[in-house]
Unconditional design. Structure first.
Ligand code: C2E
Ligand code: CA
Ligand code: CA
Length: 529
């Protein structure tokens, strides 16, 4: 039953692991298409805004020139001047003189005055806007007249709106936002909806999805007008297809890899006890030794035992399999195997250096089991070592796990083994609880040693830990020392022992024996020198 529900959970998680990247890729395709289409639509609106600005500038300049020259209204000289203004202005079809809503003459000559009727709207710049019907100007559509003072610019709205767009059915319009649809200054396409005129106050531009269109609006504050560009929403959907072609297969691939990894991990986890038992039987575990040195003399005084698991696929790190073994209650099998391996190696070290100190890692559950005491007796028997040669390392969690742990630790210390706290400060206990623990040695975790920098910016925590250990008269071993300045700092602060890549990586029995032998020979030579 339990197995069935486990299978159910794993299947659901695998499915989710597959679906999440796929759905994420669909969402990404949509978002990317929306962003692209939005930037295009906004670009059209901004282009239109620039054109309106240009017209505004040309109108103002024309009015100023006409005003400054003070020529007789509609005189040949003034008509000539207007022609020059007209030729120099890209969007102005013709320049004109206007008085009381009547065009008196244009840059194309003096004809009968043309009454324009009431202005359609008056903008913020005191610019009035009129329409001249197409039949009067012989154009297929009405022209616009913008008047400022006595000067008027005749503008073809279709020329202003003639912007190159990526697709044909983009709606472009310049509208008077206050008067809605009736205030259209110029528009291409009939679809300007009154909803599009509602723009949040104080925003210069905004884009919305409305009535099947992606609508970008840009304010023209000096004209009191709004420029609108609208692209059919269908364009976004069309673009999604283009992104989806590569994003969705990529999502499916990621989902597949994720689901497969999850499924494999679940399989490894479920078959872990079997794999572990087989590994013990097949002697797939072996140990490496990381030298521990005395900082003052740089002499190797011992080593920490680090277990490894060699499988047919890869070498597994203890960070992965130790927690798993703890979880399924099989850590003792590993500890027994490690003790066995070390008991056979240790005599080699002791023959070279009888004071050699071996440090062995123990788990919380090892310390809860009184059989550990017998196992340690057997270890001494096989290795021929004395308890002073052995240090047992337990993590902070192991120390605090249960009262029975403290009892086992007490019994081990009574037998003469020294006990170290490993990874101190990385868990949840405070510095203050250090004084309550039955301890001989404190291992300064790599996380703290890492904070020691050559420039002097060292975490205060390291200082505190060292001070506290001195006060409690604890031996100290700094872990993970990788640089000379770190070693120097530790030495200056009275830390006696250290291990780390600066002094030696975890190594096999033989190279460590050779190193010890060389050291012993050098010491002997010094003694007899
Ligand atoms: P740990 O006891 O803190 O061991 C030190 C870890 O730091 C080792 O990783 C070692 O290889 C690594 N190390 C040493 N010097 C340096 C350095 O200078 N720089 C860096 N970056 N790393 C350094 P490893 O061997 O992977 O062991 C990981 C952990 O697995 C150990 O942490 C220990 O908690 C656990 N472990 C290892 N062997 C055993 C064992 O036999 N029994 C138990 N219960 N746990 C073990
Ligand atoms: Ca350790
Ligand atoms: Ca550690």
């Amino acid at each position: 039953m339990l197995n069935q529900s486990r299978v159910g959970v794993v299947s659901t998680m695998t499915m989710v692991a597959f679906l999440v990247p796929v759905l994420a890729s669909v969402y990404l395709s949509w978002r990317e298409s929306y962003a692209r289409e939005k930037s295009l639509t906004l670009g059209y609106a901004q282009n239109l805004e620039r054109r309106m600005d240009e017209i505004s500038g040309q109108l103002e300049e024309g009015a100023d020139t006409l005003q400054a020259d003070g020529l007789a209204p509609c005189s040949p000289q003034e008509v000539k001047l207007m022609r020059q203004i007209d030729l120099g202005s890209s969007y102005i079809k013709a320049a004109a003189r206007i008085e009381r809503s009547t065009l008196l003459c244009t840059s194309q000559g003096v004809t009968n005055p043309v009454s324009l009727g009431k202005p359609e709207l008056a903008t913020g710049l005191d610019v009035s806007e009129y329409s001249i019907p197409g039949r009067q100007t012989k154009t297929p559509h009405p022209l616009k007249v913008f008047a400022e003072g006595k000067f008027a610019a005749i503008v073809d709205p279709n020329l202003v709106l003639d912007i190159a767009t990526e697709s044909p059915d983009v709606e472009l319009a310049v509208v008077d936002s206050s008067s809605g649809k009736s205030g259209r200054v110029a528009a291409l396409g009939p679809a300007v909806s009154s909803d599009w005129l509602d723009m949040p106050a104080h925003t210069a531009q905004s884009t919305i999805l409305n009535a099947g269109y992606l609508v970008s609006r840009v304010r023209l504050p000096q004209w009191h007008l709004l420029v609108i560009a609208a692209t059919p929403q269908g364009y976004i959907d069309r673009r999604i297809g283009r992104f989806a072609v590569f994003l969705i297969p990529l999502g499916a691939l990621c989902g597949g890899v994720l689901a497969l990894t999850l499924w494999l991990m679940a399989r490894i986890h479920s078959s872990f006890p079997t794999m572990l038992r087989r590994a013990i039987r097949e002697e797939s575990f072996y140990v490496l030794y990381q030298p521990v040195i005395e900082l003052v003399t740089l002499r190797v005084i011992g080593a920490e035992v680090l277990v490894r698991w060699r499988t047919s696929y890869a070498e597994m790190r203890p960070d992965f399999f130790i927690p798993q073994a703890e979880q399924c209650g099989l850590i003792q099998l590993i500890t027994e195997r490690v003790l066995d391996l070390v008991a056979h190696d240790l005599p080699r070290f002791l023959r070279i250096d009888p004071r050699f100190r071996i440090a062995i890692n123990l788990s919380a559950s090892d310390l809860q089991d009184v059989r550990l005491l017998d196992a340690m007796d057997r270890f001494l028997e096989i290795s021929g070592a004395s308890p002073e040669n052995v240090e047992l390392e337990a993590t902070e969690r192991a120390f605090l796990e249960s009262p029975s742990t403290a009892k086992t630790i007490g019994a081990l210390r009574a037998k003469g083994f020294s006990v170290a706290i490993d990874d101190f400060g990385t868990g949840y206990s405070s510095l203050a609880c250090l004084q309550t623990l039955p301890l001989d040695t404190l291992k300064i975790d790599r996380a703290f040693v890492d904070t020691i920098h050559a420039g002097g910016t060292t975490s205060h925590v390291v200082e505190h830990i060292i001070e506290m250990a001195h006060e409690l008269d604890l031996e100290m071993v700094a872990e993970g020392v990788e640089t000379e300045p770190q070693a120097q700092y530790l030495l200056e602060h009275g830390v006696r022992l250290a291990q780390g890549w600066q002094f030696g990586r975890p190594m096999e029995l033989e190279p460590l024996c050779q190193r010890l032998q060389l050291q012993a020979s050098a010491e002997a030579a010094m003694l007899f020198a």
